[in-house]
Design a protein around this ligand. Sequence first.
Ligand code: M6D
Length: 556
Amino acid sequence: MTSNHLATELPSWSKLQQLHDTKGAKYDLRQAFKADPKRFEKYSEQFKGTKTDASLLVDYSKNLIDDEVLKTLLDLAREAKVEEQRDAMYAGVKVNSSEGRSVLHIALRDLPEKFKSKAEGVDEVKPELEHIKAFSDAVRSGSHKGYSGKQIKSIVNIGIGGSNLGPLMVTQALKPYAKKDLEAHYVSNIDGTHLAEALRACDPETTVFIIASKTFTTQETITNANSARDWFLKTAKDESHISKHFVALSTNVKEATAFGIDKANMFKFWDWVGGRYSLWSAIGLSIAIVIGYENFEQLLLGAHELDVHFKEAPLEKNIPVLLATIGIWYNNFFDAQSYAQLPYDQYMHRFAAYFQQASMESLGKGVTKNGKRVDYQTGEVLWGEPGTDGQHAFYQLIHQGTKLIPCDFIAPIETQNPLGKHHDILLSNFFAQPEALAFGKTAEEAKGELSAQDQSNDFLIQSKIFTGNRPTNSILAQKITPATLGALIALYEHKIAVQGFIWNVNAYDQFGVELGKVLAKKILPALEAGDPNKPGDHDSSTSGLISYYLKNRKGH
Ligand SMILES: O=P(O)(O)OC[C@H]1O[C@@H](O)[C@@H](O)[C@@H](O)[C@@H]1O
């Protein structure tokens, strides 16, 4: 299923522009809620797993939308053939056209084999899960021992980008499910500090290194893995001990073998698993070790149930489609420059960082799948921090700044750590912030709060006005369990897919990460040679910086 369109050529695009100009820009949420007491019921959806405890309520009523806008947004989705593109993706069509690959992270969690996606390797998903189960059980139970016979106490996942962010985010978000006497470290940065700090907390006799790299050629990961091996061998001495302490997660068996990893210690996945969609694959091995295989399976099943929802719910009730199209409404018609994800759950502190990669690497594209340069904005700039920390840092700008920043607020109904009044206080903030953003404070109200003397102080009155009409979605999860987290991640993955379908960009390649890597490889020899007078052939800025570095570095 390919589509030729520029999004701006779709009939509903110009209608949306008109709707924005005639009413969207002036949309008043106070009036909208007054006019329709059932607005919340109308513009909210519940998602409940049938075989898991996944449970989400998504309230999108505090958006600058009405029935006509919503209908037109969904028309746009239909004109862009979102349903057909989704079905093609699920079936295993090579929708990643630039790389000639299917996009089948949904097949990794299709444990009930509902979608029957077709691609080489789909039938190996379950055996590979068995492999993950066996290894994670062995590490957790203590039956997998280190070379000196001791039980494993630490795991170090060495990987970057998609081979790091997913497992890191999930193991943090699901920390209450973690095995208590097992430390998990995640090393990604080439900055030696990252590895050095992790190793300081580890003992070579009781540490397993998980080398996670789809390509197994990524400079940071291979360099870190080699340094970890050197560190290990300094104590272990004998290379034959490596097999008990190093495993590889990769699609590249050849490179992993060349690194010295035993076939038995390789966990494979397939080229139809994109790095930023890979936590469901062998890349999730550290998740299974930390929270146990049964919980890992719940994560997969929760995501699968959301996959079913995305596949089967009519667009009007389809949560990823609603969030994606409402996002396009602001990104393309209100010129919103960014979008914030604000989890009111301390354990979810890496959630926005995770979706920064998933969304921005997927949708940061400037050409359509047919190679036409787009004449509209694509990927949202995604950012965020957990509430309430964010409130005391950047919310000022969201409330009263000059930029429109649509936000998603996410919170669990049940906390993992009941502690006095804490959760009610947290949730009171979760409810209050979207309310303040939507309804603001008028000049009259601001004036009413001032002393008689200050009521003529126009600066004070103006400064205390909250314009309101700042759009938000509020997502209430019953509890951040493995299945609910799986569903939540899948929800946002599919939001990305839908936006990619509508903008007609390939959300599954990442050529933008290449150029800098190539240039770094060219620069490295000059740094190793160390002659400040020979920085290489560059512009004066780059040469000047390299020379300055070489002149001033010490202790090399
Ligand atoms: O898993 P490997 O192959 O090491 O890639 C790690 C990361 O590299 C980056 O440059 C991107 O391409 C990411 O999508 C990818 O997740």
